[in-house]
Design a protein around this ligand. Structure first.
Ligand code: ZN
Length: 671
């Protein structure tokens, strides 16, 4: 095939995929199976790889992520992205209606009503139908250019369909679906990473990543609900505007409807609240807008927010309490995490007395001081989260909290992640990091060393018996010192030493996970182990050859290469090897590891609801399993969606266990 022939294939293929994307994400009416879709996309990616000169930033293949960027640039919004006024009671909605009708001198008004998604505001700017720029809200006047990540967001088409205007700025909400978030959280827990408190934080973090491939993995979605700067585009009403967006292939807020007069609004409000549980995303209220765009224009804006819009929010699982102190915790990757100690308060049946403030940026967004009264919510009903400061309760005795310039444990100057939100202690031998590093190394997600719990790790580090990770393997020579420690008898010492000895035979991927290399969790560790089979081989690789491995990519490659060649990494690997830790990849056997899907063969059939085919295959592969298309007696599980046919029959005949999507999800989270 020559370039011209390839071009002739690529163009219609892109169009075809764009159409299917629209049918899937905007209309929710796919007409081909996920498998067929995956085949089209793979065809396109293959062709583009073969003919790199035909690659394009607008190609739907970019949805899996392009090249990482070096840093963020700030761009001014053509029209400011203002915030919305909130009301918390129905009375507030009536007041809003009264105010608006008075200003417009009309008796009754049409309003639109839509769900308010608890996500991250995003502006996507299209020029001649192509995604040109995507910005965060920032301070409302200027935001960060996150175009590289927006390209991977589902629901931000790279190319518009239909009769679009020459310039169109679409505003809406980026979010992660609850079902995707649950999988993400389970994965993070398993990999021993910082677990995101809620989908919104996770979305915000994803959009601020430098590497769009990592962002693509978070499965961020987008729905539009508003208008920014446009040219030659004049719909009459907000509702019409939303309908037009759908025609262009952009998904819009769920449940939008037009209400005639305020009584209808209040009535519909109740209906929508009843239907809340059907949505697979976090909703924190409803938004009411004057439908007529010329009225909107007439009403204009105050310094803070538009006069034609109001959010009706409700408080669920929330409480108000006082911040007693703020402390900094140092995690295993050196992350300095601010934590608020709160006056104990009851929320949804449990006592809450502390809450993570996540990072410095989040603290600044909240503007929190020591002594402040705060609204705390239990996001997902489990993890407490500080929503906002109750400014009205300030009395002047509150104290500023200064985020430390240095690590509170080892006093090394802290550093901010390049382009990121986390601030770290860079000292690899920081005692706080060392404790977390060893605790993680010994955890179930990594080396799974029995008898080495959190308390013991603290004692070992504090007593100076362990000064680095490899020192673990010298403990057998320090039996006397161990016996002298609190609560350590003959039996617990010998259990501990046995556990440490046994860890020498753990598989390579567990060791790689335990090394705590940035971006290398269990699934990337498995990929690397499968590819390179031994530490020696892995150490020999150049950054380039690491980056060429499927799913690894430049950011992870850089991190691995850096670790392997840093004095710290080199010394650690050398000492570990000398202690007898040098696993080579054992032959794959299905029972090798009960805690993952290693070696298991899955077949998928029927119509899936929770996952796409691509997603479910990806999950299986990440866990070390294999997705096959035909069923045989070697198949370990059949995942059956709706309307499963002959494969289900065959599975039953062969005695192959059948899983629903829910069963499969449980299998994932339990392992
Ligand atoms: Zn430190």
């Amino acid at each position: 095939m020559n370039v011209e022939q390839a071009r002739k294939e690529i163009e219609p293929l892109r169009e075809q995929i764009n159409t299917h994307n629209k049918l899937y994400y905007t209309n929710a009416t796919p007409i081909i199976s996920d498998l067929e879709y995956d085949r089209l996309l793979k065809n396109l990616i293959d062709l583009e790889e073969q003919f790199p000169q035909l690659q394009s930033a607008d190609s739907p293949s970019q949805k899996v992520g392009g090249e990482p960027i070096q840093g963020f640039r700030t761009v001014q919004h053509r029209t400011p992205m203002l915030s919305i006024d909130n009301v918390y009671e129905q009375q507030g909605i009536r007041h809003f209606d009264g105010r608006v009708r008075k200003l417009l001198a009309v008796d009754t008004l049409d309003y639109t009503l839509e769900y308010k998604i608890d996500g991250v505001a995003l502006a996507a700017i299209y020029k001649q139908g192509k995604l040109n720029l995507a910005l965060t809200r920032g301070d409302g006047r200027e935001g960060d250019d996150i175009t590289h990540n927006a390209r991977t967001v589902r629901g931000v088409p790279l190319v518009l369909q239909g009769d679009y205007p020459p310039v169109l700025e679409v505003r809406g909400e980026a979010y992660i679906a609850n079902s995707d978030f649950a999988i993400l959280q389970a994965e993070q827990k398993r990999q021993g990473e910082n677990v995101f408190a809620n989908p919104r934080n996770s979305t915000a973090g994803a959009l601020k990543l430098l590497d769009p491939k990592l962002c693509a993995q978070r499965k961020v979605r987008f729905v539009a609900h508003g208008i920014g700067y446009v040219e030659n585009f004049e719909p009459q009403t907000h509702f019409e505007y939303i309908q037009r967006l759908k025609q262009f292939g952009i998904p819009t807020t769920p449940g939008i409807r037009v209400c005639h007069g305020i009584d209808d609004v209040l009535h519909q409000t109740e209906l929508m609240m009843e239907q809340l549980h059907e949505l697979d995303l976090e909703i924190d209220g409803l938004v009411i807008k004057v439908n007529d765009l010329s009225f909107q224009k007439k009403l204009g804006v105050t310094s803070k927010s538009p006069r034609w819009i109001i959010a009706y929010k409700w408080e669920r699982y929330e409480a108000i309490t006082q911040t007693q102190s703020i402390q900094i915790q140092v995690g295993k990757t050196g992350t300095l995490t601010p934590v608020a100690n709160l006056a104990p308060v009851q929320i949804a049946g449990t006592t809450v007395s502390r809450s993570s403030l996540h990072n410095k940026d989040e603290m600044q967004r909240l503007g929190i001081k020591i002594g402040d009264w705060v609204v705390v919510e239990k996001a997902g009903k489990i993890i407490p989260h500080v929503l906002r400061v109750v400014m009205e309760k300030r009395n002047g005795t509150e104290q500023d909290f200064h985020f430390p310039e240095r690590c509170p444990v080892c006093h090394t100057p802290a550093e901010r992640d390049e382009g990121g939100v986390y601030i770290r202690c860079p000292n690899l031998e920081c005692p706080a990091r060392l404790k977390e590093t060893i605790r993680f190394f010994a955890s179930r997600s990594a080396m799974d060393i029995e008898g080495l719990g959190t308390k013991l790790v603290e004692q070992l580090v504090d007593s100076g018996l362990i000064k680095n990770l490899a020192d673990l393997y010298t403990l057998s020579e320090k039996k006397e010192a161990l016996l002298a420690m609190e609560r350590m008898g003959e039996k617990s010492v010998s259990n501990l030493l046995q556990g440490i000895e046994d860890s020498k035979t753990k598989p390579l991927w567990r060791l790689l996970t335990g090394l705590n290399i940035r971006h290398v969790g269990a699934s990337n560790a498995q990929t690397l182990a499968n590819k390179f089979r031994s530490l020696d081989e892995l150490q020999k690789q150049s950054e380039q050859s690491l980056a060429e491995v499927d799913e690894i990519g430049p950011v992870i490659a850089e991190s691995v290469h850096h670790f392997m060649n840093s004095p710290y990494g080199k010394n650690m690997l050398q000492s570990l090897k000398e202690s007898g830790l040098n696993p080579e990849l054992p032959p794959a056997s299905p029972d090798q590891d009960k805690n993952s899907l290693a070696g298991k063969i899955f077949v998928i059939t029927g119509t899936l609801n929770r996952f796409t085919r691509l997603e479910i295959q990806e999950l299986i592969r990440q866990e070390g399993g294999k997705a096959s298309s035909s069923i045989s007696k070697n198949t370990n599980y059949l995942i059956a969606g709706e309307n499963a046919g002959s494969k289900l029959q065959k599975a039953k005949k062969l005695g192959v266990p059948v899983l629903s999507e829910e069963d499969f999800q449980r299998l994932l989270t339990e392992t």
